[in-house]
Each structure stands twice: as structure tokens, then as C-alpha cells.
Design a protein around this ligand. Sequence first.
Ligand code: IPM
Ligand code: MG
Length: 350
Amino acid sequence: MKICVLPGDGIGPEIIAQAVRVLSSLDLKFELEEALLGGAAVDASGTPYPEATQKLAREADAVLLGAVGGPQWDTLAREIRPERGLLGIRKDLNLFANLRPAILYPELANASTLKPEVVAGLDILIIRELTGDIYFGQPRGIREENGERVGFNTMVYSESEIRRIGHVAFAAARKRDKRVCSVDKMNVLECTQLWRDVMIEVAKDYPDVELSHMLVDNAAMQLVKAPKQFDVMVTGNMFGDILSDEASMLTGSIGMLPSASLDDKQKGLYEPSHGSAPDIAGQGIANPLATILSVAMMLRYTFGLEEQALRIEAAVKKVLAQGFRTGDIYERGTSRVGTREMGDAVLAAL
Ligand code: IPM
Ligand code: MG
């Protein structure tokens, strides 16, 4: 088991340290190699996804990532911004399937801004296509036209790209409540008409799974109105970016949500759904649980170690039940702890 560890920027190194402690406590044989990605890589080598990192990431079975980005790099040229490093590694490793679960832990029911009865028991899996769409489509740019600047990007999906993410969604739904809601904007965009057509074709291979369709604007509304209607949602790169942030906030605690980005074999990049939180970086107060839960996803999806994955998830539930809370999920009557103490609590629960 070769794991490439990319702490990244902001709170990345702090939360990764706790995730690595948890991983190391499991009595598994693995090799960890650390490399730079994002702003840290720009500072060290002038590029957000350096060759040394590429080499390690390609050779590894799995990548564990903290987070990238921060205000000090926001004024850099677009090609060397930290976010480019993230998009670069996704594309380079062909990580087309992004799994973003949004689960409400019963102990955190009050963290949501929605009424408890609307979100109690919430368990949605958003499957976002991650290597296509307007994020990567050509042509793109800003040009002069008739004496003014015109900005343009291209939304594009091939049939095969839609089909492979469709299979990921239906296969995932089979292990859950057997319902897939495909999100598109077929009333306006041809690209997403094709998306819908191909999803209907893919569904024929999964007669036991129910397929429904929703336009993205309605999906955004339904997510806050009646989020529990969803089991698996599958959508393109840009809609998925937006809807997954929205879904994560239903739980009120983005600091709790892991994610996996998978290729067509078993390789994956695992990272918390939250960002680098530069405002609290270096203070030892960030919530490491999303990163620790990302380790659980890594053990499950890349290494097939379901039992160990469940152990980590149970340990996280236990520390919540014991009342340990980092600042982002703190409420009166619980014990506020820092990043490392939260790691200690998970280790003790394990
Ligand atoms: C995400 C992030 C990235 C994205 C950014 C940082 C490039 O928002 O992972 O959702 O848009 O994909
Ligand atoms: Mg996003």
C-alpha cells in the first residue's frame, strides 16, 4: 500500500497530521511519501503541481490530500494558482468520479441552519463528474471583440464520459437506497440533454435502481426544501461543485465531510470537502474529522478494507457521542478541543 500524502496549504498540514496518526495506529503495512501541492508547491518550486509530486502521485495507490489555496496566492497568474494544482492532479490521475457524502450525525443535528426535522437522518451521496465539463472544455479565454473584452468557456461532455460516471452512480446506489437522481439543465443546454439521454441508457443495466431527473435550479431548491428525498445525486463538474457545497451545509458542519475522487481502477484521491481555512491556519483549532473520515474512505475504496473503514467511522461517532467538539461544531454543554486533542480522542476511541 503506497500512499502519497499532500498536506497542502492553510490548515492542511494540521489536519493531515491527525489523519496520519489515525492511519498509523491501525497496524497496517503501508508506505507514506509526502510531497507538495498548491501554494506550498508554488512557494517552493514555482508551480502548483510539480514533477516530483506528479511522480509520487502516479506511483501511489492512493493520495491523501489536506487542502490547497490561500489569499497570498490569489493574485498569481491563473496557470500557477494553487487551484490549478488541484485540477491538474485530478486530470492527470484521471480521477473522474468525485464522491461527496452529506451525512447528518445525530449529535450535530443543531449545527444545521435548517429545522432538525428537515435534516434529521440525512444521508445523501453526491457523485460529481470531475475531469470534464466547462472546467476543462476548450476553447476558453478572454479575447477582444468589437472593441471590448469577451470571456468564454465551453461546456462539453462526450457520451463515454457521461456513461462512466453514470455507472459509478448506479453501482453506488445499489449499495444504498437504490435511487439515482440525475441533475441537468436539459431545458436550455444541449450538452446536458445528452447527459440525460445517456443516463437513461445506462439505467437499463440497473433495473433494480430507480432513475429520476431534475433540473439543476430545482435541485438547488429541493436540497433546502426537502433534502431527504435524495439518495444518490449524479451530475456534471460545475453543477456538482455548487450542489455539493449546498448539500454539505445542510449538515451544518462541512468540517465533518470527507470525499473521494476515483479513477476507473481503484486509485483514489481522498480529501476533506472543506477548504484550507486560511483564517484559522496554524492555530491548532481546525476540525480534523473530515480528513480522518477521508482515510476511512481510502481504506474502503482503494484498499478494500471495509472493516478498518468502519472502525474509523465508529470511532468518530464515538468521540461525538462523548461530547468532543472543535470550534466549528461546538455548542454549549460540549467540550471544546483543538485539532490534536480531537486526534487523541479518535485514537483513544479506536
Ligand atoms: C472543490 C473546489 C475546487 C473545484 C476548486 C478549489 C478548484 O471548489 O473541490 O469543490 O471547483 O472543484
Ligand atoms: Mg467546490
